[in-house]
Design a protein. Structure first.
Length: 277
């Protein structure tokens, strides 16, 4: 990865992080310790996800990149121990990561056409020791993502541990964004008349295929197989990235932490897309 690429990403990430926390003109690393300004913590975590490194590796790498640290307003000597960076991640509220995601989606011109997808992650492989110690009952984590079919920007993401039917969750996520959408593509898992009706009420054209029980369903599916539905296929790459990365994150300490990690990943994806030359 070239230095100029990392630098472009960092500039944009720092700008969004400052906007997300409400830039109060703070110094990144105040004299006398006491931790970094929130925007500096957010920027470091963006870089951690962008560089696809562990906490420790990220800090080792950045200590060799004074120019990149300079973009955040830090010097190599300021860098904390990796365990401190972990603690600081927990300090940043989910709401702030959500603001960062919204700002990162706004770096892209909205086309009004989106695709929605839901994925289940099984927690069976979570550390048994940890589960026992914390009375951990959550076995399945479900993620629903909404992606702009033209820019491939992730517009919204929702995580739940409930086994609610796809369509209800899909409906919540769609409803939250309905004002910005003109069409929504979903796969057959969302075949639910009520969802279609509600979308139409909100002026959103549903591109949802019927489950094929009768010849008429087949005809309906052929009819909506247009370019917008086909663009849903392009979103599959975005969805599979989310799946792969969240699959890794499921080893995190709590699903709550994982959700923040997921929102951060989605924001990083959007920033990365936006700074492509």
């Amino acid at each position: 990865m070239s230095m100029s690429k990392i630098s472009r990403f960092t500039k944009k990430a720092v700008q969004l992080a400052k906007n997300a926390v409400g830039d109060r003109g703070e110094v990144a690393a105040p004299e006398g310790g006491g931790g970094f300004a929130d925007y500096a913590v957010v920027s470091l975590h963006c870089l951690r996800v962008y560089l696809e490194k562990s906490y420790r590796e990220t800090l080792d790498l950045l200590s060799e990149m004074p120019h990149i640290l300079g973009e955040i307003g830090l010097e190599p000597a300021d860098l904390p121990h990796h365990s401190t960076l972990v603690k600081w991640f927990d300090r940043i509220k989910t709401a702030l990561w959500r603001v960062l995601l919204r700002l990162s989606a706004q770096l892209h011109d909205p086309s009004g056409h989106a695709a929605i997808d839901a994925t289940f992650f099984d927690r069976e492989n979570a550390s048994k020791h940890y589960c026992r110690r914390t009375n951990y009952r959550v076995q399945t984590l479900k993620t629903t993502a909404l992606v702009d079919t033209e820019s491939q920007a992730i517009l919204d993401v929702h995580c739940t541990t409930e086994k609610r039917h796809d369509t209800q969750l899909g409906w919540q996520v769609a409803r939250r964004n309905a004002g910005d959408l003109t069409s929504l593509a979903a796969d057959k898992g969302y075949d639910w008349m009520e969802l279609r009706e509600k979308l139409r009420e909100d002026g959103v054209r549903p591109l949802i295929k019927h489950r094929e029980f009768r010849p008429i369903d087949h005809a309906h599916n052929a009819r909506i197989d247009g370019p917008q539905y086909r663009q849903r296929a392009m979103c599959e790459t975005v969805f599979s990235t989310i799946k792969r990365t969240l699959g890794d994150a499921v080893r995190a300490r709590s699903w709550y932490g994982e959700f923040r990690e997921l929102v951060l990943m989605c924001a990083v994806h959007n920033i990365k897309q936006a700074v492509k030359p």
